[in-house]
Design a protein. Sequence first.
Length: 133
Amino acid sequence: TDLRYVSEDDPGKGTPEETVFTLTPLTSTQSAMVNDLLASFSAADAQAGEAGAMNLHQAAVLAVRLGLNGWENFIDHEDNEVKFETSRQTMGKRVFSMIKPELLDRIPMGDIFGMYRALMEAPQAEHLPRKNR
């Protein structure tokens, strides 16, 4: 089942004008990729004596690139609807369809973190009942 995310900062929240981001729960493989990014950074930085939490930003961006599959009422500064577009990217030996980076750059980091939390708290896609996939 897809998830819906609406920013707490959206001035249209609760109205027909609110921006709704549609998320698909991550698969086990996708979730592992995000968590491995956190773990590898933490281990390397722990040896260097730095805080390992800094890679949380990159993990959040990766999770949202993998899980975001559309939006409604996403408007640019000129009041035009922003078209949702993806590109294919190879990671490891797998190819994923992900939101184009230049579109993700239009979303505030606070909302990326909100979507990241929603994705990481959701049941993984393969654990959902078959009729709901």
